[in-house]
Design a protein around this ligand. Structure first.
Ligand SMILES: [Zn+2]
Length: 106
């Protein structure tokens, strides 16, 4: 690997990006477009639902990133939570917040 980010940097970048996205989505769902006419209400509600489920997904990812950062701290980063085996650099480069080796990834 050349010029690879350290896992710490990659995870912190990811953390920042996810936090920003979540904030943006939350701001949007907290203040929906109230100018929408009555006939648009269903559409607006559907969009808000979609954004809420997206927010929930991003939160789960953020959770994983935070857990990965904690594991960096305690030195268990890069090992599978199920078999304690090495996750491998290639997989970590692709999914830095993963908790499982390729075999135990759902
Ligand atoms: Zn495993």
């Amino acid at each position: 690997m050349t010029d690879a980010e350290s896992p710490n940097e990659a995870l912190n970048d990811l953390h920042d990006r996810l936090s920003d996205q979540i904030e943006e989505l939350e701001a949007r769902t907290a203040a929906p477009d109230t100018d929408a006419s009555f006939s648009d209400t269903a559409q607006v509600t559907a969009e808000i639902d979609e954004q809420r489920s997206l927010t929930a997904e991003l939160r789960e990812l953020l959770d994983d990133v935070e857990r990965a950062l904690a594991r960096l701290d305690d030195g268990t980063y890069g090992t599978c939570e199920i078999c304690s085996g090495e996750i491998g650099d290639e997989r970590l480069a692709e999914v830095p917040a993963t908790r499982f080796c390729i075999e135990h990834a759902a």
